[in-house]
Design a protein around this ligand. Structure first.
Ligand code: FAD
Length: 498
């Protein structure tokens, strides 16, 4: 018996989420020659921010069989080896740290980092700053490309920075060339059938677009999932205070490092994202702690555009997630599904993850909702795992200069899972074991990332309480690790873009 064919899928929204989901579903089900229609309103447009990724974006393009050099050039993209956090702590020697994407060389250096963190947590005066232990940090600092010479077999994983508008345009062309239908129309109303499912999108010019299954990629509006089907939204506002961003590009002046920079500000943080053609900048802040005007003034001062006539765009952010991403015959993906603020650039990561899991779950059940409950649970767990890690940045911050940072550091309304992680760190538990126990076998963030977070903010006993290690206990030798990383880094060419 032949396997059933997928139903007609209608995607509402042509932002990154809409086109990525359409491309992935097409690829996953290509043996069935699926019918997929994307409806989007050029008049409404896309949010047009979201310029940093995790290594999942590389996996996405590789999966579609799209050549890296081709799409990177089309989207002004650059490499990203990780994120540098600067000014999030005032503790001496911990004012800045790099959160790397993991790579195979880390298997040699990470055990030493973990060991020294464990010793320092117990009060030993041993080196345990994350910057010293990972190849990606060394490569980024030295402005090296993540693509090694052909003879070096251990490339690090990496993500990208890119122009969000160009990425959407590139994927649209790719999709349309493969038979995905594109309807540039505004949806005015949504038709619900007698059984409560979505039947059709009613558009301008009296066009009616029927479908069997609908993907809601309509952005923060969440027209189908939240507005029409009433998917419950769970706010993360108690844990994540930031609800606004002001954004503005600047020109390059210096050669840049292949990293996102995250600088602490008085009521939030500021990103700096290098593309081939410009720098993307944004200040993400809490409107409870600073006005839009003061945020823009502080932002312009920081990026050097105080006397500039160029317009800075202010955006509102709705931080949280829907309880169930898949409701009736509708899947919410992208901002319509939720958003955990951009600190670790995880939004597109979740888009890809959601679309891929859905493609498998739906097809495995013969395009029926049989696996919906497990799917929703899995997506929610992934969201909450990422949320904990992001909330951790704020809770563990080491600043005391503004009410914003003090309130974050004193925030006790934390998810139980994050409390458990923090207790594990401060009571000297094995963090690898804690991550597995709390977040399962496939956690959103690995033990390496959690160690980097705690150690990066200097969550150790105060420097004047640290003691010399007794001779019978051996610490990992950071100098030997540095020498090994230097030797590895010599295999990577300079990243010659500026
Ligand atoms: C300040 C900020 C910074 C961010 N930084 C990052 C980052 O570094 N990395 C990252 O991964 N993500 C980031 N994100 C998230 C990222 O921008 C989004 O996840 C991504 O752009 C996908 O958005 P979307 O496609 O869900 O929504 P949108 O881009 O808003 O697209 C919505 C689509 O729906 C269409 N639409 C809406 N209503 C209708 C209607 N009535 N009829 C027809 N069409 C309609 C619109 O026209 C549009 O095509 C950031 C977000 C913000 C707010």
């Amino acid at each position: 018996m032949s396997s059933p064919a997928p139903p007609h899928i209608v995607v509402l929204g042509g932002g990154s989420a809409g086109w990525m989901t359409a491309c992935l579903l097409h690829k996953e089900w290509e043996a069935h020659d699926p019918r997929i229609t994307v409806v989007e309103s050029p008049a409404i447009g896309i949010i047009g921010v979201g310029e940093g990724s995790t290594p999942q974006l590389k996996a996405f393009f590789d999966h579609l069989g799209i050549d890296e050099a081709e799409w990177m050039e089309a989207c002004d993209a650059t490499y990203k080896l990780g994120i540098r956090f600067t000014g999030w702590s005032e503790k001496p020697a911990f004012e800045s740290y790099f959160h790397p994407f993991p790579g195979p060389v880390d298997l040699h250096s990470e055990p030493g980092f973990t060991r020294n963190c464990a010793l320092r947590r117990r009060g030993a005066d041993v080196p345990a700053h994350p910057d010293d232990w990972f190849l990606a940090a060394k490569l980024a600092e030295a402005r090296k490309s993540p693509q090694p010479a052909g003879t070096f077999p251990f490339p690090p994983s990496y993500g990208y920075h890119f122009d969000a508008h160009k990425l959407g345009g590139y994927l649209r062309e790719w999709a349309v060339a493969r038979g995905i239908e594109h309807k540039p129309l505004k949806v005015i109303e949504v038709e619900i059938s007698g059984d409560g499912d979505i039947a059709a999108l009613l558009c301008e010019d009296d066009q009616r677009i029927e479908g069997d299954f609908f993907i809601d990629c309509s952005g923060f509006a969440s027209l189908l999932a939240q507005q029409k089907l009433g998917a419950r939204f769970i706010s993360f506002g108690e844990n994540l205070f930031n609800d606004r961003a002001v954004v503005m590009p600047t020109q390059h002046d210096d050669p840049f490092k292949p990293q996102t920079e995250s600088f602490a500000m008085s009521a939030g943080w500021r990103w700096s994202i290098p593309l081939t053609t410009r720098i993307g900048n944004g200040y993400v802040y809490s409107s409870r702690h600073i006005s839009d005007e003061d945020a823009e003034t502080e932002f312009r001062r920081a990026i050097g555009t105080e006397g500039d006539n160029g317009e800075a765009r202010v955006l509102s952010m709705k931080v949280g997630r829907v309880e169930d991403s898949w409701t009736r015959n509708c899947l919410a993906v992208g901002l319509s599904q939720g958003f955990i603020e951009p600190l670790e650039a995880t939004a597109l990561h979740i888009v890809i993850d959601t679309a891929q899991q859905f493609a498998h779950a739906f097809a495995a059940a013969g395009f029926t909702p049989e696996h919906r409950v497990q799917f929703n649970r899995s997506v929610a767990e992934r969201y909450d795992g990422i949320r904990d890690y992001i909330v951790g940045h704020y809770r563990l911050n080491g600043r005391s200069d503004t009410e914003y940072w003090c309130e974050n550091a004193g925030n006790h309304s934390l998810p139980e899972t994050l409390k458990d992680m923090m207790t594990s760190w401060f009571t000297h538990k094995d963090i690898g074991e804690a991550v597995r126990r709390i977040y399962g076998a496939q956690p959103a963030y690995s033990s390496m990332s959690w160690h980097s977070l705690f150690a990066g903010y200097g969550c150790f006993p105060p420097a004047d309480k640290l003691q010399v290690l007794p001779p019978q206990i051996e610490a990992a030798n950071v100098d030997a690790v540095q020498a090994m990383l230097e030797a590895c880094a010599a295999n990577f060419p300079d990243y010659g873009i500026c």
